[in-house]
Write a protein that binds this ligand. Structure first.
Ligand SMILES: [Zn+2]
Length: 340
């Protein structure tokens, strides 16, 4: 027993030093993001039971209730001022000439040091519903992949909070509705922001990250990044550094130029991706964005965009890249700077 004080001293030092390591190593939390959990979420979220998740329909109601239940089970609170998860709105689907009621889903982790500064991570919760012949558009890639990625990123940050290593800045996990009808839910949010846009430091938007496009069949370890250096060089540099340190994907920037052509629906057109998903509603408000995207494929907007075609190991890797980028943006000393 005479060595007990020495043993206690040793244990004390070991505990302190291991806690310190945890505090500065986001990899501890990135490992909670797994292909298996992404797959389990997606086999629910992109199942027939979700009826193709068209905004304003029963399918949307099923989707938003699923997201809410997942955040409740993670112990992450709603992002509305009263703590609710749902942001209700009446939208005008100008393409169909009708109005309908719909909801964004907001979940929120408050920052420990700079709670007023907020990072927004988005994916669109809706898809294109059911075909006239009854086939369901499950949208496993578009954008089931983005929604389940956010759930796993949120879980990782929540684990960090539990360990006393929560993000210094606040994070809003924002699942937007009505994207497929014209970026409507993200426009509603930026027109009616819950957190001031001038305090919104960046938007990371995830829309289709579970597949491989025709250009990368031989080299599938990639992701397209769009917009990263348009408003903030800091954002671009942080993103590239996190990729080098932790993930090592090929970051393909070819669509940063909106005039780069893509083959879509039988013809070549200018890609214009910078304007075509929800990040644009943040970018137009001078908020730096990155759009994470795997490119289109033959199942784009078709009932064949299904869960068994998703590359889950790649989805995990891409999700980890977004997590590490979010971690750095939320924890770095300086807020991301805009270009002059
Ligand atoms: Zn999409």
């Amino acid at each position: 027993m005479k060595h007990l004080p020495l043993l206690l001293a040793f244990l004390f030092v070991a505990c302190v030093s291991s806690q310190k390591n945890i505090a500065f190593d986001p990899e501890t939390y990135a490992t909670t993001i797994t292909a298996q959990e992404l797959k389990e979420h997606l086999y629910t979220y992109a199942s027939d039971a979700f009826l193709g998740r068209e905004a304003g329909t029963e399918g949307e109601t099923i989707a938003i209730n699923y997201l809410k239940a997942e955040y409740e089970s993670l112990g992450i609170k709603g992002g509305m001022p009263n703590g609710d998860y749902f942001m209700p709105m009446t939208l005008n689907a100008y393409r169909e000439n009708k109005t309908f009621d719909a909801n964004n889903v907001l979940a929120y982790i408050e920052g420990s040091e700079k709670p007023d500064e907020i990072l927004v991570i988005t994916a669109h919760l809706d898809h294109i519903g059911i075909e006239a012949d009854g086939q369901i558009n499950n949208g496993a890639d578009d954008d089931g992949s983005g929604n389940v990625a956010i759930l796993e990123i949120a879980e990782a940050f929540k684990q960090a909070v539990k360990d006393g290593n929560g993000p210094k800045r606040s994070i809003l996990f924002l699942h937007v509705t009505g994207e497929e009808k014209g970026l409507l839910g993200s426009k509603y949010y930026t027109d009616n922001p819950v957190y001031p846009l001038e305090h919104t430091v960046a938007n990371l938007n995830i829309d289709m990250i579970g597949r491989i496009d025709a250009l990368h069949e031989e080299k599938p370890n990639y992701i397209y990044l769009i917009g990263s250096d348009i408003l903030s060089q800091d954002l671009h540099d942080v993103s590239a550094a996190m990729n080098d340190s932790y993930v090592n994907l090929e970051l393909d920037y070819r669509y940063n130029d909106p005039t780069t052509e893509v083959f879509e629906r039988g013809r070549y057109i200018e890609n214009r991706y910078y304007y075509r998903s929800d990040h644009y509603n943040f970018a137009k408000n001078n908020i730096p964005v990155i759009f994470y995207f795997n490119g289109t494929h033959e199942d784009y907007h078709a009932p064949t965009d299904t869960v068994e075609k998703i590359e889950y190991d790649l989805l995990e890797k891409r999700t980890k890249l977004i997590f590490h980028t979010a971690w750095e943006i939320a924890n770095r000393d300086e807020r991301l700077k805009l270009k002059e």
